[in-house]
Design a protein around this ligand. Structure first.
Ligand SMILES: Nc1ncnc2c1ncn2[C@@H]1O[C@H](COP(=O)(O)OP(=O)(O)OP(=O)(O)O)[C@@H](O)[C@H]1O
Ligand SMILES: [Mg+2]
Length: 496
């Protein structure tokens, strides 16, 4: 039952109830009518039997005697009279529609004379004449009189009554079904509005950015005192609660971002000073002993690494805040050529391959050249840093439909399966000796993903051997607009 909509179940219930009530009423009234009609027939039969008995003649003859057999006057059409003496039938006939006394044939007479002569009313089927109620009464001196009346009229009346009842019941059920359908539909229509509001809510991107107003059920509906009104009011209260919770969450996220951005920004100046002073000391080797010179070198290197980390954090905070990127046509093929050349210079022990198709042409997207360059550098840097020497790295860049697809693939050890689900999360990296040795923070792919998302694209990791990372970006359309728009969000003041 729960598989069917509530509306249909309600209509079916109404129809079933109307049908049950109508059928019970029809059955009871038909039984009452039947019993009353048969009672009337039997009292008419007994009156006719009394009249017939009063005119019984010795020798088994009735009214009119043996010469001119005749029914007793006053007998209704269809009344049967059989007179007998000591089992010998003297006169047997019935009153036809014209009031004439017609003789019964032997078979019909035999049925009636076979009845016990005790004054009890019995049912008898006369061949050719149908069903009768019959009564046999002793008339004294061995005489007996059987009187019978056809039940055809009673059966006919009952048939027409039942036919009428069935017709009325069918019309009643049809009217009830139609009315129930209309009324239930009208009563349930407001529920569709609630469902529509819920559907609109499911389409909102509640997982990110600032949540504007969430759709609600119309106030007029929610104010109704019906059950649907209560559902609507509860729905609106829930949406209000969700809205408050989401804006509180958004506000605290914004605070964290502002804090990270401000802290990163503030750290840059002291870091620049540390690097500057360290460099100063390193450039005058005579003034410091060799052991201190080594320590100063380490300070400079670590300060450089920390500057990179702080820059990454600042960039992520800015991307999270939805800070607008530059928008200009960028040739990704040219960027790929530069990035592979840089990677080759940084990793001469690897084999680098670049595939730009049979006839290289500009592969244009609309975006921020510096950031897109960073994505390619991160992917190629990973293929260099996280694979052993001798690994081959393939980079390709092509237009597929309305997308630009950039792929960086290598035949190295691949990305560990347990890392893949959280590969793009911040600070997630495999626990390898190479990573532990330092230089790996686990921010590169998180930044790449944030940049690609900010350009309305996607970045995915392949599941085969080696590592395959695929970036898809909306290709630049003829009107120089990005095909998928920009990530929503409000810029926040971060300083420069
Ligand atoms: N081509 C690859 N082959 C094998 N493992 C990879 C490859 N690319 C990424 N990984 C794994 O994914 C992890 C996350 O990479 P991600 O670029 O985000 O951070 P990172 O390279 O460790 O540090 P960062 O890029 O911030 O210096 C890496 O630590 C490494 O374990
Ligand atoms: Mg990396």
């Amino acid at each position: 039952m729960t598989r069917h909509p509530l509306r249909r179940r309600l209509v079916w219930t109404v129809v079933a109830l109307v049908l049950t009530v109508t059928a019970t009423l029809a059955l009871v009234s038909a039984l009452v009518l039947r019993s009353s009609l048969y009672d009337q027939l039997d009292s008419r039969l007994l009156a006719a039997a009394d009249r017939a008995k009063g005119s019984a003649d010795p020798g088994g003859h009735g009214f009119g005697g043996p010469d001119e057999p005749h029914a007793v006057p006053g007998q209704a059409a269809g009344t049967v009279e059989v007179y007998a003496e000591d089992g010998q039938v003297g006169q047997a006939g019935y009153v036809d529609a014209a009031g004439e006394f017609q003789p019964l044939d032997d078979a019909q007479t035999a049925v009636l004379t076979a009845l016990p002569c005790d004054g009890e009313i019995r049912v008898a089927a006369l061949p050719g004449l149908g069903a009768f109620h019959a009564v046999c009464q002793p008339a004294g001196g061995g005489d007996s009189v059987v009187t019978a009346m056809s039940t055809a009229d009673v059966a006919g009346t009952l048939r027409s009554y039942i036919g009428l009842e069935v017709g009325l019941a069918a019309a009643g059920v049809a009217i009830a079904a139609g009315a129930a359908t209309v009324l239930v539909r009208r009563a349930m229509r407001p529920l569709d509005r609630v469902a529509e509001a819920a559907r609109q809510v499911t389409e909102l991107p509640l997982d990110r950015g600032e949540v504007d107003t969430i759709p609600r059920v119309p106030p007029a509906l929610a104010a109704q005192r019906s059950e649907v009104g209560r559902v609507g009011a509860a729905f609106n209260r829930m949406i209000g609660h969700v809205e408050t919770a989401l804006s509180a969450r958004h506000e605290s996220e914004q605070q964290v971002r502002r804090f990270v951005a401000d802290a990163s920004h503030e750290l840059r100046t002291p870091l620049a000073s540390i690097r500057g002073y360290a460099e100063l000391v390193r450039r005058s080797p005579d003034t410091v002993p060799p052991s201190a010179a080594h320590a100063i070198g380490r300070v400079e290197a670590e300060a450089g690494r920390m500057t990179g980390l702080v820059d990454d954090l600042l960039l992520l905070a800015r991307l999270d805040a939805g800070r607008p990127l530059e928008r200009a046509p960028v040739d990704l093929a040219a960027l790929a050529v530069d990035a592979v050349a840089d990677a080759h210079a940084a990793g001469p022990d690897h084999v680098w391959r670049l595939d730009l198709g049979p006839s290289p042409a500009p592969v244009l997207v609309c975006g921020d050249e510096g950031r897109l360059r960073q994505v390619l550098a991160n992917l190629l840097g990973n293929a260099r840093v996280h694979t052993p020497a001798g690994t081959t790295v393939w980079a390709s860049c092509r237009v597929v439909g309305d997308e630009v697809v950039v792929e960086v693939r290598d035949d190295g050890p691949g990305i560990p399966a347990d890392l893949r689900p959280r590969l793009f999360q911040r600070f997630s990296r495999a626990d390898t000796a190479r990573n532990r040795a330092g230089g790996s923070t686990g921010l590169g792919l998180a930044i790449a993903e944030a940049i690609v998302h900010a350009h309305g694209g996607t970045i995915t990791v392949g599941s085969g051997g080696g590592a395959t990372l695929t970036v898809r970006l909306p290709a630049l359309t003829s009107d120089a607009q990005p095909a998928h728009g920009w990530r929503r969000g409000r810029p926040v003041a971060l300083g420069s």
